[in-house]
Design a protein around this ligand. Structure first.
Ligand code: ADP
Ligand code: NG1
Ligand code: MG
Length: 489
């Protein structure tokens, strides 16, 4: 993997991964031919920086061991034939030579079909290729990322589908390009997400988290403190982001907050969507100054459509058509101050977190060299005292803000965070929320005890699970690498 160019998706010839070998055998059993290649795209856990990627602010995720695998067979017919190793996901097949068939629609209750995520990735691939394809594909998909749980199973599925389709067409694409392409194409599912999940899917590196910045997309490795372990625990509540309007409501609330702040600051952004970070850049203000602006200009607890139209001096029809999404047009009330406060404060927390991580590495290096003691101490006082506690405080603040300002937590998530706190472990919800998982920062020596206590107090006592099934919902994790192609031929 090291000999390949940094911006190219690695292509490996062999693997000892039993999941991949089993999938390939299954492919042969089902289709009577060997797969031509297999792709693997990881899920992710976001350490900090929640609901700010779509506002243009940096985030700090790392890739997980759990992934989506797709074994791919090339066929002459211009067909897309999709199967899943899990029988709860139905088979699907379509002709991909007709662009009009690529209208990705949900079911009659507005919920996406599982294969719509695959169609998003393939549609992105077709657009990249200008629809010039050499043939069709058979996909056999296998996933072990808990779905609808904030660990980005959706983007791993979209990204793996896009990568598998493009590789089948012999296309060359850089990691940065495919990450942006997949972020765009996942929006066909209906959610207006940022690009965090697709970025980490391709740009992740083993052993470090990534500080991801936008416009242009970039990822910088961040070493995590050596004396801590990140633990992920499932709240047992699932939340499919494309099945409700919760996610898009937050996106448009941030959009409207930015628009009103721009109008109040005398910035002319007529008929232009501006993000909270673009506004900060235009105004050349610090995050603290942006927070002051929010308090000054977004004082109301609740904004009605009529309030927004008046402030922006636009008719309701323009608000609906231009700023809202199809699934948020019917809304009548919006919270703007609370959402903007979360975004600007969370952006500050991400930078503090990264700064502390950088200094923690520095501190470890220094402590092994006793001559450098004066860099660590000033007048006998340790310059950076307890890294884990400082990082933990940021994680707790993040959770509190997601719970109260952003209102995207869930009782079970709050319970897990509180339980963790009682054990001196700092946790926050991760991913979009409304269910899903927490990520916890736990001193290394306490991990086993922490996990066992969560099993007892949350999964067994509170959720009535048996200990064996409880164990599958909580795991310690370290940063993994991004997407890989296995070409065995
Ligand atoms: P997440 O936080 O996991 O990204 P989303 O709500 O964005 O959650 O997407 C979850 C959806 O992705 C699931 O409801 C399902 O449709 C699809 N999905 C995830 N994993 C798989 C899988 N292994 N096989 C089929 N579909 C999957
Ligand atoms: P999840 O919960 O994994 O689907 C979503 C968005 C991210 C980001 C987070 C919240 C998509 C594909 N993913 O992640 O971009 O906004 O919520 O930080 O929209
Ligand atoms: Mg998702």
């Amino acid at each position: 993997m090291n000999n390949q160019r940094h911006d190219e998706i690695p292509i490996l010839k062999t693997t000892a991964d039993t999941r991949i070998n089993q999938l390939n055998e299954k492919f042969e059993e089902e289709f009577g031919i060997k797969p031509d290649f297999t792709v693997k795209v990881p899920g992710r856990v976001n350490i900090i920086g929640e609901h700010i990627d779509y506002c243009g602010y940096p985030v700090l995720p790392m890739a997980l061991e759990q992934s989506i695998l797709i074994a791919v067979g090339l066929i002459n017919e211009k067909d897309l034939r999709i199967r899943n190793t899990n029988s709860k996901y139905c088979k699907f097949q379509m002709d991909i030579s007709k662009p009009e068939d690529f209208d990705i629609k949900p079911d009659e209750d507005g919920k996406p079909f599982w294969y719509n995520y695959v169609l998003c990735g393939v549609k992105g691939g077709l657009e990249f290729l200008d629809r010039k394809i050499r043939g069709g594909v058979i996909f056999l998909i296998d996933g072990n990322i808990p779905p609808a749980s904030g660990l980005s199973s959706s983007s791993a599925l979209v990204s793996a589908s896009c990568l598998a389709f493009l590789h089948a067409q012999n296309a060359k694409i850089s990691k940065l390009k495919i990450a942006s392409l997949c972020a765009e194409s996942e929006r066909y599912i209906g959610t207006q997400g940022g690009g965090m999940d697709q970025a980490i899917a391709f740009l992740a590196e083993k052993s470090s988290a990534q500080y991801i910045t936008w416009n242009p997309l970039n990822a910088m490795p961040v070493s995590l403190p050596e004396n801590a372990t990140f633990v992920v625990a499932h709240s047992l509540a699932e939340a499919n982001k494309a099945a409700t309007n919760d996610f898009n409501t937050r996106v448009i609330e941030c959009r409207l907050a930015a628009k009103i702040l721009a109008a109040c600051s005398g910035i002319d952004v007529t008929k232009e969507i501006i993000s909270l970070s673009e506004l900060q850049k235009k105004l050349q203000k610090s995050l603290n100054e942006m927070l002051e602006l929010v308090t000054e200009h977004l004082a109301k607890e609740l904004y009605l459509k009529s309030d927004i139209c008046e402030l922006l001096n636009i008719p309701e029809d323009e608000l609906n058509r231009f700023y809202l999404t199809p699934n948020t047009r019917h809304l009548t009330e919006f919270k703007l101050k609370q959402r903007a406060i979360h975004v600007y404060e969370e952006a500050k927390r991400v930078d503090s977190f990264r700064y502390l991580c950088q200094h923690s590495t520095f501190k470890n290096e220094l402590s092994t060299n006793s001559n450098n003691g004066d860099l660590l101490y000033e007048n006998g006082v340790e310059k950076i005292s307890n890294i884990i506690e400082n990082l933990g405080a940021l994680m707790l603040e993040s959770h509190e803000s997601l719970k109260t300002n952003y209102e995207c937590s869930h009782d079970n998530l709050d319970r897990l965070v509180d339980l963790s706190r009682k054990m001196n472990v700092y946790a926050r919800l991760t991913g979009a929320g409304w269910g899903g998982c927490i990520v916890a920062l736990c001193p290394k020596e306490n991990v086993t005890k922490y996990i066992e206590t969560l099993i007892d107090k949350f999964y067994v006592e509170h959720c009535n699970l048996d200990r064996v099934s409880a164990r599958s919902h909580v795991f310690a994790t370290t940063p993994n690498h991004g997407a890989v192609i296995y070409n065995f031929t």
